[in-house]
Design a protein around this ligand. Structure first.
Ligand code: OKP
Ligand code: ZN
Length: 343
């Protein structure tokens, strides 16, 4: 299997996040992608290619123009205030506030376009975000051009980013943009299977009223887990999208016996949809030792995930999302890919 990777992700680093009331170094850090890249070389998964320079264009089908303009300008606006710290928001557009009138100042804009404090912006963030998107689109094109599967080693991840907001380490929704790219280039139906520990709220929001992209999520129950405000089992899609959104919320302490049964059920639903292609939002923060998560999957479980997805017999794009146990995420993420390939 071919991998698409860009070293530009390195520039997205050196920031802090709020955790349990403390300001701590970001869990989503460059070594994550580097360990995975090394592991790909170690096991000989296949060639590692640079992304084709598409720019931000492929994000336009899944994000609003004003949000993308904000992302492009945010660091310039922030530093124009003579600030040298990572940019973070401090207000949020919750119900009751104006959602139709973007502020002009960067402090207002950061809040207007944010889900939480989990998406800091530094000098190298936007170039990394664009390269991450380009990796997803380039890997999607490998699949469009006949590869059985491809791996987009995206960093930063994307599944919490919605049509008009960033959050949860995510800025542009790489998996959603890739799904839209498949749709724009001849695929009639695309299924997104999100196996990251956290609910892919952004992906769900983007496709919620559409029947042409089915979104299936396995994740920690939002009653007790981030992102808390979406991801319940009764969210089935709306309007024409009714029936094309499926959630499998699971409690803290879930192990592979339960999680794997949910994956099996999810795969049956994906198969019944008869998609032309499957996009897998590949998070490995379901791992028992993940520092911010509460499932109990073990290293030998990851190849089983890949095998079950391979049984769908469909062209498959893997898009990297979360996973924060840096010593093990590489073995686990690549384990899914080698499991898919039947090794
Ligand atoms: C991104 B992805 C930990 C708080 C966690 C954000 C989690 C984002 C996960 N201090 N808050 O889905 O892996
Ligand atoms: Zn996650």
């Amino acid at each position: 299997m071919k991998t698409v990777y860009s070293p530009l992700h390195h520039g997205h680093s050196g920031y802090f996040e709020f955790c349990n009331g403390a300001f701590v170094p970001g869990f989503e850090k460059p070594v994550r992608a580097e360990f995975i890249r090394s592991r790909i070389e170690e096991v000989g998964l296949g060639p590692i290619l640079a992304p084709v320079a598409h720019g931000i264009g492929p994000a336009q089908g899944v994000h609003t123009a004003d949000y993308l303009a904000f992302l492009a300008d945010a660091w310039t606006l922030w530093t124009a205030m003579d600030r040298h710290t990572p940019a973070l928001p401090m207000v949020w557009p919750i119900p009751g506030l104006r959602a139709d009138k973007p502020p002009k100042s960067i402090d207002g804009l950061l809040g207007f376009y944010s889900l939480d404090t989990g998406a800091p912006i530094v000098a190298g963030t936007y170039p990394a975000v664009v390269a991450s998107l380009e990796s997803a689109i380039t890997a999607a094109d490998l699949v469009r051009n006949g590869e059985r599967a491809a791996f987009a080693l995206c960093r930063p991840p994307g599944h919490h980013a919605g049509s008009r907001f960033m959050g949860g380490y995510c800025y542009v929704n790489n998996a959603a943009a890739a799904a839209q790219h498949f749709r724009d280039n001849g695929a009639a139906r695309v299924a997104i299977l999100d196996v990251d520990y956290h609910h892919g709220n952004g992906t769900q929001e983007i496709f919620y009223s559409r029947a042409d992209v089915m979104v299936v999520n396995l994740h920690g129950d939002p009653l007790t887990e981030y992102p808390f405000l979406l991801g319940h089992a009764d969210e089935h899609g709306s309007g024409p999208g009714e029936g094309f959104n499926v959630n499998y919320p699971m409690p803290h302490g879930t192990d592979y016996a339960v999680w794997g049964a949910a994956l099996d059920d999810a795969c049956r639903k994906v198969a019944a949809y008869k998609p032309d292609v499957v996009v897998v939002s590949l998070g490995v923060d379901t791992f028992e030792k993940d520092p911010i998560s509460h499932f109990l999957l073990k290293t030998p479980d990851y190849p089983k995930i890949g095998r079950r997805i391979a049984e769908l017999g469909l062209p498959t794009l893997f898009v990297m999302e979360g996973g924060y146990a840096v010593a093990e995420i590489a073995v686990n993420a690549v384990g899914v890919l080698t499991g898919f390939e039947g090794e």
